[in-house]
Design a protein around this ligand. Structure first.
Ligand code: NAD
Length: 253
């Protein structure tokens, strides 16, 4: 990935952090954009001169624009953009609040739209690039207690495909990854909510999921990293508007 300048939103934690670290190991320069400052700064420090952290709320287009300009000042023209910032809650449909709708839609869907606008604007100036949106299996299949999250991730699929189509002839590729369960911080809270939904102990939730995956294991962070590297490099040069299901055989559409 030498020569790549990659912005990763949600890069302070989970998949975003794993991707940022792997991209630097592969020779890229990385800008980490996240509201979580302490973890973002610690990761950037660990990664050294090839990474910078900017505290950004991705729901603010102005804040994203300023940060992307700062990343370009530090490392040169933006080549790639990863939207990994996200939030998730599991709540029965009739108990799902308007506030949760606003938060989830703003972070997962509207911010992806705004960040794609910023990324495409920069990429058009530099001859192209690649965008990767972190969607989810919940962007393809329904889940009870996850109505709002599913709606946001189904939306990410529509955004990804539409932007891909509009800029396919301008050397900008836009793809998504749809993982099943990845054991990140997101699940520290979700396992209690899912345990309540199924009537099982929170510490049995991951085993419950594993048992339902044909490969009998959950998504590993390295599975995400390998797909991301593929989608952000020329190895996937004829792919746009596509999504990779990291599902261990659980979902095939
Ligand atoms: N963990 C899973 O099982 C799973 C499965 C499929 C898809 N996903 C999706 O993958 C992405 C990454 O998830 P993760 O598991 O690494 O979660 P995570 O909670 O570990 O990381 C998410 C990051 O997003 C940041 N963030 C949240 N709101 C933000 C905002 N307004 N502005 C800037 N940053 C913000 C958080 O600070 C955090 O660092 C998310 O979009 C999530 O919906 C997760």
């Amino acid at each position: 990935m030498t020569g790549k300048v990659i912005v990763v939103t949600g890069g302070s934690s989970g998949m975003g952090a794993a991707m940022a670290e792997a991209f630097v190991e592969q020779g890229a320069k990385v800008g980490i954009l996240d509201i979580a400052e302490e973890k973002g700064l610690a990761l950037a420090k660990k990664l050294g001169k090839s990474a910078v952290y900017h505290q950004v709320d991705v729901t603010s287009k102005t804040a994203v624009e300023i940060a992307v300009n700062q990343v370009e000042d530090a490392f040169g023209p933006l080549t790639s953009f990863v939207n990994s910032a996200g939030v998730s809650e599991m709540v029965p449909f009739l108990e799902s609040s308007e506030e949760l709708w606003e938060l989830t839609m703003n972070v997962n869907l509207k911010a992806t739209f705004l960040c794609c606008q910023v990324a495409v604007t920069h990429m058009l100036q530099h001859g192209g690039g690649e965008i990767l949106n972190m969607s989810s299996l919940s962007g393809k299949k329904a889940s009870s207690w996850q109505t709002i999250y599913c709606a946001s991730k189904f939306g990410v699929q529509g955004l990804t495909q539409s932007i891909a189509k509009e800029f396919a002839d301008q050397n900008i590729r836009v793809n998504s990854i749809c993982p099943g369960i990845v054991q990140t911080e997101m699940w520290e809270k979700l396992k209690y909510q899912y345990g309540q939904k199924r009537g099982i102990e929170p510490d049995k939730v991951m085993d419950y999921f594993k048992a339902n995956v044909p490969m009998q294991r959950l998504v590993d962070l390295q599975d995400v990293v390998h797909s991301a590297i593929f989608l952000l490099t020329d190895k996937s040069s004829y792919l746009t508007g596509q999504s990779i299901n990291l599902a261990g055989g659980e979902w095939m559409e």
